[in-house]
Design a protein around this ligand. Structure first.
Ligand code: NAD
Length: 348
């Protein structure tokens, strides 16, 4: 696979590949939802190309670039040389006003992205660009098609959920999945699960919000460019877990630099139960952002490999619904889980 953006998320993924591959007793390493998925293990995932624009990353081996500033994902393990050097791609809208002093654009020449993808034999491209990089993400999606690669869109940018893009990948006979990866211990999933549990027990939730603050570069980019879109994606996803309408707000609020790669999510729920008695709930979830993507990404990468082997094309709904906040079709967590399990086992 090829990496677009060697930021915090990429750091957690690359380190995780080493972490889960280096132990002879990999079953004893906790933290992965699926050690084996569709017959594939983490050691079957290989990074063969990478692109970024930051001077501290371009020209470096991926194993070094993942620890370069401004990345602040925690170090989990030493990573050996991958012999994959980070190439420079076009900047386009990759850098916003708020991040222009944090990302140092390199003066290296731009490389020929589609050609590198082809020569590296990449089967899929993983989009980990900042959420504000809409044009850059779309440009790379086009390059993926030219190079014959599947496209995995982890960013909250509408590609897999956009019917026109899905059609383009269908015509190119390539799989497309996205948009906006669901975290392993994610605020959206936890929020939906809590609402579901309360509703199942007869509670009528009337109002609820979930807001978060984080300290990664991505939180700063969100503050400037994608707060609104994230609020739409998360709110719609949470609303879909309630079988009735209620006042729901879910989104990100701010960037707190000293949190580093940590994220604090706040939940508030109000409802009524038996005899109109009222209940309220206040919760705080503290997580580290980048590792929160690792387990789900490993599942997605292996599932896309399965899709490639089955020669599937266009938006692959079971993968999108299982692993992304904005799939082409919104459904309950339970339905998405079942659909994904049937997809992996080949029953669907
Ligand atoms: N848990 C998670 O981390 C998580 C969950 C869901 C979605 N996501 C999404 O994944 C994406 C990556 O998150 P992150 O925390 O790694 O962000 P990040 O800011 O740490 O990394 C982004 C990287 O992209 C590079 N970049 C910017 N413009 C570029 C361009 N034009 N070409 C190539 N590289 C470019 C930057 O230099 C940086 O290295 C974001 O869109 C985020 O919303 C992350």
């Amino acid at each position: 696979m090829a990496l677009l953006g060697v930021g915090n998320c990429a750091s957690a993924l690359v380190q995780g590949l080493q972490y889960y591959n280096s132990s002879p007793e990999e079953e004893e390493r906790f933290g992965l939802r699926n050690i084996v998925l569709g017959g594939f293990r983490p050691k079957d995932i290989e990074i063969v190309a990478a692109f970024d624009i930051d001077d501290r990353k371009v020209g470096k081996d991926v194993s070094e670039a993942i620890f370069a500033q401004p990345n602040n994902a925690p170090k989990l393990i030493d990573t050996p040389l991958t012999n994959v050097v980070v190439n420079k791609g076009p900047v386009l809208d990759g850098v916003g006003e708020y991040t222009k002093n944090i990302i140092h654009i390199t003066s290296h020449n731009e490389t020929k992205v589609a050609m590198i993808l082809k020569e590296s034999d990449a089967e899929m491209v993983l989009n980990l660009l900042p959420s504000g990089a809409v044009k850059a993400s779309q440009w790379y999606a086009e390059q993926s098609m030219v190079a014959g690669c599947a496209f995995v869109n982890a960013a909250p940018i509408f590609i897999a959920s956009d019917a026109a893009w899905a059609r383009k990948f269908e015509t190119a006979e390539l799989p497309l999945v996205g948009d906006d990866l669901i975290d392993q211990v994610g605020a959206t999933t936890l929020h939906k699960t809590l609402l579901n549990l309360l509703t199942m027990n007869g509670v009528r939730v009337t109002e609820t919000y979930q807001l978060d603050v984080g300290g990664g570069t991505e939180s700063l980019d969100t503050l400037e460019r994608t707060k609104d879109v994230k609020r739409i994606v998360k709110t719609k996803s949470v609303e879909a877990s309630l079988p009735y309408s209620a006042a729901v707000v879910a989104g990100s609020t701010d960037y707190v630099d000293f949190l580093q790669n940590r994220r604090d999510s706040y939940f508030w729920i109000r409802g009524v139960y038996y005899g109109n008695a009222s209940m309220q709930m206040d919760l705080k979830l503290s997580t580290v952002d980048a590792p929160n993507a690792g387990s789900v990404l490993m599942d997605v990468i292996r599932a896309v490999k399965i899709a490639r082997e089955r020669k599937l094309k266009g938006a692959i709904v079971p993968i999108c619904a299982y692993a992304f906040k904005r799939p082409p079709q919104l459904m309950s967590l339970e339905t998405a889980e079942k659909m994904f399990a049937s997809f992996v086992s080949g029953e669907d």
